[in-house]
Design a binder for this molecule. Structure first.
Ligand SMILES: [Zn+2]
Length: 354
């Protein structure tokens, strides 16, 4: 809104800066191609932009849902949750810029209020910005609808305020992935798409940067690509990212940038089947797990999970089995990567990470 009182030169300059920042963010949000051109000939790069319409597919991510992004073989989408937080988010942005990679951010409203300039940097550098609630409570699965709505709407309002009133992308990730049907229904009613993930990096588990790279690559190889869940507020993640991106390039993975349809951006043509979660053709990782007295019972569980997966592919396992199957699949990955380790390392609760 224009002010009617007389303004000083400094005020005018500040307002112009604000308008310029907003215009840049708007341009970057609408047209990723307007972001700075890649000047690093050895960069991993962003191979293509995928434009999606949230009203077509409301819930994405094979960790929890039957649909995920329509990616081709060895295509990868990077997503970063919980920020922004200096200096780690700045470092992550530096690395992404150096590698000419575009990512999707799920920002927390309170963090955006604390670091609005960093929100604008993310937008201006051409990344997609979704939201992740106002305060990141770990109670979305048993929260009242009114509170959930306040958290969702508050997060969007805070990020929008940091972007000088521009709306973030209609993409939402539930904190802790603690889904509830009522929350997903509200998000869909608001035209918001619920994002889970395909590939956890485990970077919230206080593991080393080397271990983040190792686990993420192993899972991406197993999935032949997918949507990766990372946290740009973690020091180890910032440390891991250069190595991870170098390895993605060396192994022939390609980065896909996801943006919402709208304005001049028309959704990318896809077939419905491309969104359906496919079960990896690779044999279950449990085959390579070292059998120990502690792991033996778990291996039996994993074999049981494999049978359930087969049955589901045949269409004879119902929805009620999905949650247990997903927990088992996660356990399979962890058990495979930690053969012979004490049981305490594994997460048998079926809880999914933040
Ligand atoms: Zn989170």
């Amino acid at each position: 809104m224009l002010r009617t009182n007389q303004t000083t030169g400094a005020d005018t300059s500040a307002r112009l800066n604000t308008i310029a920042a907003a215009a840049l963010a708007f341009a970057a949000a609408l047209s990723p191609a307007l972001a700075a051109p890649c000047t690093n000939p050895d960069a991993l790069g962003t191979s293509r932009t995928l434009v999606i319409d949230p009203s077509d597919h409301t819930r994405l991510g094979s960790m929890q849902y039957r649909e995920t992004l329509p990616l081709g073989p060895r295509e990868v989408v990077l997503s970063f949750d919980d920020g922004p937080l200096p200096p780690y988010s700045n470092r992550v942005l530096d690395v992404l810029a150096a590698e000419c990679v575009k990512a999707t951010y799920f920002l927390v409203g309170s963090m955006a209020r604390a670091h609005p300039a960093l929100v604008r940097r993310i937008a201006v550098e051409g990344h997609t910005i979704g939201t992740h609630s106002q305060n990141h409570p770990f109670t979305f699965h048993n929260m009242s609808p009114a509170r959930a709505q306040r958290e969702i709407d508050g997060g969007i309002a805070s990020v929008s305020a940091a972007l000088h009133g521009l709306r973030p992308a209609p993409f939402f990730r539930i904190p802790g992935l603690l889904r509830a049907s009522s929350v997903e229904a509200y998000l869909a009613s608001r035209g918001l798409m619920t994002w889970s993930a395909d590939v956890p990096s485990d970077d919230w588990r206080r593991i080393s940067d080397r271990e983040i790279v190792r686990r993420t690559l192993a899972r991406l190889e197993a999935h032949n690509g997918g949507m990766v869940l990372l946290h740009d507020i973690r020091p180890a993640t910032a440390l891991a990212l250069p190595k991870l991106l170098r390895e993605l390039k060396a192994r022939g993975f390609r980065i896909v940038h996801v943006v919402p349809a709208g304005g001049p951006l028309v959704k990318t043509a896809t077939a419905p089947g491309q969104w359906t979660v496919r079960v990896a053709s690779r044999k279950p990782p449990v085959k390579r797990a070292k059998r120990t007295r502690l792991a033996g019972r778990n291996i039996e569980r994993l074999r049981s999970a494999g049978r359930r997966t087969t049955l589901r592919r045949l269409g004879v396992v119902g929805q009620q089995d999905m949650a247990r199957r997903r927990a088992s699949a996660r356990m399979a990955v962890i058990a495979d990567e930690n053969p012979g380790r004490p049981r305490g390392l594994f997460d048998f609760s079926g809880r999914v990470p933040e």
